[in-house]
Ligand binder design. Structure first.
Ligand SMILES: [Zn+2]
Length: 323
């Protein structure tokens, strides 16, 4: 058993307490490879933001769970040696079984999500409670989910969303003992979040549901998944250099800024990073067709991703200068 504290990691409890009091949200960024991790780390150190580093089941399958874990451990050496260290949580994104959560906790994760949102309510309660019971023995924090987000993200895929029913939240939080709750208020996984005609705006997030949740569980940390904005400049860049992402659309940054000021304490951003990396690599390939050194296209992609992360922390989540 490797305990996360021995790696210099933090759980999310204190992070969320401060985020709630300060009216901002802690960013949760996913990584699958070295360059993504470097960009996330540099971006959060430079903007002095707390950080939730996320590993999904898909990332573990892609990059090897052992290697990813040691990459995170290496990242913590850099954080520890930094002039202004930042708190970092290592979080399992969309854990789908008790066994997976246990395995992550045993190898140094400080936080896990158990996603029972696709199960009948009572089964979600039972599975989440079981994970919480084990996790809390090791002072690891747990994120649960109520309501289903549409869209595709690695192994997680749902054709249709259904909003979180605020009537369930008090009972769920009380029975399971979770530390934070992901809810569905109109965000969606992936780069095609909404079907809208050209020139039309995507539907607004259901702030009425969020407010009702806040009324029922005041001061309880809420999580938003699928909160990329699918920034048009990167979609245009991808399409300009040979990509085909017509109709890709996300959640507006204005709405996320508003959510970050509420009891939303964690905002997950994955697709925006994927789009930036793809856009830059396509540009380098189009402009320098003779290039074949991966550092020459992964390097610029990493730099642009770092800039995106700094801007998100400063302008959208409000987490910059909070570490
Ligand atoms: Zn998600």
């Amino acid at each position: 058993m490797t305990h996360y504290r021995d790696l210099g990691l933090s759980n999310t409890r204190e992070m969320f307490r401060k985020a709630m009091a300060g009216g901002y949200a802690v960013p949760a960024y996913n990584f699958n490879n070295l360059e993504q991790l470097q960009a996330i780390l540099t971006g959060c150190l430079k903007s002095r933001s707390p950080l939730i580093l996320q590993i999904s089941k898909g990332a573990r399958a892609y990059a090897d769970q052992t290697l990813l874990r040691y990459l995170a451990e290496g990242a913590m050496k850099i954080v520890g040696a930094a002039e202004h260290p930042i708190p970092v949580a290592l979080h399992l994104d969309h854990g789908d079984s008790y066994e997976l959560c246990v395995s992550c906790i045993e190898t140094g994760f400080s936080s896990v999500m158990i996603d029972g949102s696709g199960l009948p309510y009572d089964e979600n309660v039972a599975l989440t409670s079981k994970v919480v019971e084990y996790a809390h023995k090791h002072d690891v924090t747990v994120e649960g989910e109520l309501g289903v987000l549409a869209g595709i993200e690695d192994a997680v895929s749902h054709a249709a969303s259904h909003y979180t029913d605020p009537e369930d939240v008090e009972d769920f939080v009380g029975k399971t003992g979770v530390d934070s709750l992901a809810i569905s208020i109109g965000t969606s996984h992936g780069a095609y979040k909404f079907k809208v005609k050209p020139g039309e705006s995507p539907p607004a997030l259901r702030f009425d549901i969020l407010e009702e949740v806040e009324r029922r569980i005041p001061g309880f940390p809420i999580v938003l998944h699928g909160a990329s904005s699918v920034l048009p400049q990167y979609v245009e860049m991808i399409n300009k250099y040979g990509g085909q992402l017509e109709g890709a659309i996300g959640v507006s940054e204005d709405q996320l800024r508003r959510a970050a000021k509420s009891s939303v304490c964690k905002i997950n951003i994955d697709s925006d990073g994927r789009l930036v990396v793809t856009a830059v690599i396509r540009k380098v390939f189009a402009e320098s067709p003779k290039e074949f050194d991966p550092r020459k296209y992964l390097g610029p992609a990493r730099e642009e991703l770092t800039n995106l992360i700094i801007r998100k922390n400063r302008e959208v989540l409000g987490s910059a200068d909070r570490a």
